[in-house]
Design a protein around this ligand. Structure first.
Ligand code: GDP
Ligand code: MG
Length: 179
């Protein structure tokens, strides 16, 4: 049937090295905690999920580049429809780095806004916290109330929630083709 056609969305997971992009992706896709991930591995994962009664195919690119402005990065930013911008609550510089990433996304997509979620990972490491929640909330407001979650890939807290939020934003923006 035409309207039960599956939508397909391209998600790009971005952020500094070591913030937990691969662990978050693995927890979401396979429900598996992996203590050590090769930091140089960049890979694409596919998962079918149900969002408010609609089946969606997600293609998730777990990025690994430390270099910021490469041709490759431009290509996948252009193809991406939703972005998880991940920092670690244990490192302030990983949060401040997100602004450059967002600027780059908006420039490449020639848009004022794109489906995006700010993700403060490693929330289980409260004793090592270096970034207060207010700090990320301020950034979220500056960017036009972009959704913000703190997550723990280790404890699998808020992992599904960030992906679902992003899916709902992409559905609202109606960016998915017919899969
Ligand atoms: P990436 O470079 O952003 O892909 O980061 P990884 O997913 O490889 O994770 C980097 C390191 O942080 C690994 O040693 C993980 O075990 C650890 N890590 C990732 N997520 C969490 C988390 O939610 N809590 C804690 N305590 N450690 C995490
Ligand atoms: Mg990784």
């Amino acid at each position: 049937m035409q309207h039960s056609r599956r939508r397909e969305y391209h998600i790009v997971v971005l952020g500094a090295g070591g913030v937990g992009k691969s662990c978050l992706t693995s927890q979401f896709v396979h429900k598996e905690w992996i203590e050590y991930y090769d930091p140089t591995i960049e890979d694409v994962y596919r998962k079918v999920i149900d969002v408010d009664g609609r089946s969606c195919i997600l293609e998730i690119l777990d990025t690994a580049g430390t270099e910021q402005f490469t041709a490759m990065r431009e290509i996948y930013m252009k193809a991406g429809q939703g972005f998880l911008l991940v920092y670690s609550i244990t490192s302030l510089s990983t949060l401040t780095e997100l602004s450059d990433l967002r600027d780059q996304i908006l420039r490449i997509k020639e848009a004022d806004s794109v489906p995006l979620v700010i993700v403060g990972n490693k929330s289980d490491l409260e004793e090592d916290r270096a970034v207060r929640r207010d700090r990320a909330i301020l950034l979220s407001q500056k960017w036009g109330r972009v959704p913000f979650y703190e997550t723990s890939a280790r404890k699998r807290q808020n992992v599904d929630e960030v992906f679902l939020d992003l899916c709902r934003q992409m559905m609202r923006a109606d960016v998915g083709g017919s899969g």
